[in-house]
Ligand binder design. Structure first.
Ligand code: SF4
Length: 323
């Protein structure tokens, strides 16, 4: 069954000029993360995808709804079950310079999570470290070096080795290559694909790099101001995005043509925010197809004929009169 987000919401209370206000960072997200697949959460920064990752990692508690694992809500799990969940769900973060403790050798970095869960003798640990370094393409002598003695790409390999140390089922990949030199991104990407196949891993990918998402993901959930606006097979969505926001995101991907102007990005100056989301469809202030109904009615996520889901009045019936 694996991981599932069920009607998941996370609201934060913040102080604003007008007193306390509520930020609706994640709003009623439903999403399955099928075993062995890569589900990508895409959207602009601040859209809620990192908050979703934190909820999955149990670094935040939902305001309502649940993250479930094998059918059981994380909030209902016993301490022992949560410990096991933390073993099975690991993460690789964006910045390999910040995510590795500079005072520890690679051997310590990789063995720490193992020792947090199991008693192991030194010989067993050393053998496991050597095995993991080989899997991620680093030499055995790397075990006794410190993070600063490696390049960014090598540090990300160390972070991947640490994530694999406990034989997880799921890895959260939070912008896993965006902090790396362009020249080595493909190598780390290939490593991620290789280990996914080898160990049958499930990935939840957080990324704004749509080229990476297209390459790595099997399913995509497009998030706008905390809500899923389109979700489906990656191939479907990249070939023919249905939601105007997805179309805008894909149009904004840099093109080699210097005269190319992103269509839907024109005139995007009033974006709304998760603090004061617009009424109706949250995208209506930016949408080139906005209609009168879009200002008042929030479109539900509906299943389309090809199996994907999207939330847009254009897709749910005859179009009402234009504004
Ligand atoms: Fe645009 Fe209206 Fe669709 Fe929202 S519901 S994406 S404003 S057409």
């Amino acid at each position: 069954m694996g991981l599932e987000l069920r009607d998941l919401s996370k609201h934060f209370t913040v102080r604003s000029d007008r007193g306390k206000a509520t930020v609706r960072a994640v709003e009623r997200v439903n999403l399955g993360i099928p075993e062995g697949q890569t589900v990508a959460l895409v959207g602009e920064s601040g859209c809620g995808k990192t908050t979703i990752a934190k909820l999955v990692l149990k670094l935040e508690t939902p305001t309502s709804g649940a993250v479930t694992f094998d059918g059981k809500s994380l909030e209902e799990m016993s301490r022992k079950e949560i410990k096991d969940y933390r073993r099975q769900v690991q993460a690789v973060f964006q910045d390999p310079y910040a995510s590795l403790n500079p005072r520890l050798t690679v051997r310590r970095i990789i063995t720490e999570p193992i020792l947090a869960h199991y008693k192991r003798d030194r010989a067993t640990l050393n053998a496991r470290v050597a095995e993991l370094l080989e899997i991620v393409g680093l030499p055995p002598r790397a075990a006794d070096l410190y993070p600063h003695e490696f390049s960014g790409g090598q540090r990300q390999r160390i972070a991947i080795a640490r994530a694999l140390a406990l034989n997880p089922r799921i890895i959260i990949l939070d912008e896993p290559i965006s902090a790396l030199d362009v020249s080595i991104r493909a190598q780390v990407l290939n490593l991620l694909m290789d280990i996914q196949e080898k160990f049958g891993l499930t990935y939840l990918l957080i990324a704004h790099d749509l080229a990476l998402v297209e390459h790595l993901s099997t399913r995509v959930a497009v998030i706008y101001l905390g809500s899923v606006v389109e979700t489906g097979e990656s191939e479907q969505i990249f070939a023919a995005p249905k939601h105007p926001y997805t179309q805008a995101l894909l149009n904004a991907v840099p093109r080699p043509d210097p005269d190319y102007v992103p269509k839907a990005a024109e005139g995007f100056d009033d974006t709304g925010s998760a603090l004061e989301p617009p009424s109706g469809c949250k995208f209506h202030l930016r949408c080139p197809h906005a209609m009168a109904v879009c200002k008042t009615d929030n479109p539900p996520l509906i299943k389309l004929a090809d199996g994907r889901e999207a939330a847009c009045h254009l897709l749910s019936g005859p179009p009402p009169a234009q504004v």
